[in-house]
Design a binder for this molecule. Structure first.
Ligand code: C2E
Ligand code: MG
Ligand code: MG
Ligand code: MG
Length: 284
């Protein structure tokens, strides 16, 4: 019987793999075109101060609307872009677009907070990432301190000497560095000691457990204490409920990002919300 099961399993995997390889090739081609055809856009999700609710940062999140397929999640296409090397071009587009948006907000005198951009490990493949970022900052006319680079712990699986050197160079430029999805990937606490970090972002997976999983709660408490003891800013991701917010507030988490406050939205929509908030303040 187990032989039979094994065979079925094999056939299933084989079928699935054929399909996914085909699908990946198709998506790779589409993604290549997407860059030229303006199918990619960035959404922006504010991060807020846990106590005051004041916006302290905005994260740029990529969106892809394919004319036939429709919306394709970055969780789906970013790994494909990473595998095929397209992430270098996509990543450069993201950086430039986010910095341009930041410049627009600077000129309008709104959203005077840093903009966070996700950087994939494969954008670290050659030395040009530092130069690329420096050029984009110059070209768009924003200060390095306006840009916050988010990396995941996956980058430490690469040659660590090289990663450390690159992060140090980025830090020298004046951009800030955040560890995204903290605690979910290849974790070694040693890097907290050696790297020039500014912020850690507690992964949504842990936040989900608030109110129903004591271990998640214990881990979050420890992460906040750890981060703050090291002088890092601590942000919790994926906060959707009042209960989660209150737990994070009680445990002195600095910042919150999540649907409870704001969903990711188009830059123009975020601007509208800002101006509504302003006029409310004038009225009251
Ligand atoms: P991430 O950087 O950890 O981004 C946070 C994700 O959580 C985003 O998903 C955001 O929409 C979602 N999120 C925020 N608040 C909540 C909440 O309260 N509830 C729930 N359920 N979700 C929330 P998104 O935009 O689908 O992005 C997924 C991942 O794709 C990102 O995770 C990041 O790893 C990657 N990604 C997105 N944009 C880029 C990009 O421009 N470049 C690279 N390299 N990766 C990107
Ligand atoms: Mg992120
Ligand atoms: Mg994250
Ligand atoms: Mg605009």
């Amino acid at each position: 019987k187990s032989k039979e099961l094994g065979k079925n399993k094999y056939q299933f995997c084989d079928y699935f793999m054929k399909n996914s390889v085909y699908e990946e090739m198709k998506l790779t081609n589409y993604l290549y075109q997407a860059l030229d055809r303006d199918e990619l856009i960035l959404c922006y999700q504010p991060q807020v101060n846990t106590i005051t609710g004041e916006i302290i940062g905005v994260e740029a999140l990529i969106r892809w609307y394919h004319p036939q397929i429709g919306f394709i999640s970055p969780k789906h296409f970013i790994p494909i872009a990473e595998k095929t090397g397209l992430i270098v071009a996509v990543g450069e587009w993201v950086l430039r677009t986010a910095c341009r948006q930041k410049k627009e907000w600077l000129d309008k005198g709104i959203l005077d907070v840093p903009i966070a951009v996700n950087l994939s490990v494969n954008q670290f493949v050659n030395n040009s990432i530092v130069i690329q970022i420096e050029n984009i900052l110059n070209e768009t006319g924003i200060n390095p301190s306006h840009l916050d680079i988010e990396v995941t712990e996956r980058i430490f699986m690469k040659d660590s000497e090289y990663v450390i050197r690159t992060l140090e160079q980025l830090k020298c430029l004046g951009v800030t560095i955040s560890i995204d999805d903290f605690g979910t990937e290849y974790s070694s606490l040693n890097y907290l000691k050696t790297l020039p970090l500014d912020k850690i972002k507690i992964a949504m997976e842990f936040v989900r457990g608030i109110g129903n999983n004591e271990k998640d709660e214990a881990i979050i408490k420890a992460m906040i204490i750890l981060g703050k003891s090291l002088g890092l800013e601590v942000i919790a991701e994926g906060v959707e409920t009042k209960e989660q917010l209150e737990f994070l507030e009680d445990n002195l988490c600095d910042g919150i990002q999540g649907y409870y406050f704001y969903r990711p939205m188009l830059g123009d929509d975020l601007e509208k919300i800002m101006s509504v908030n302003d006029s409310e303040m004038i009225v009251s």
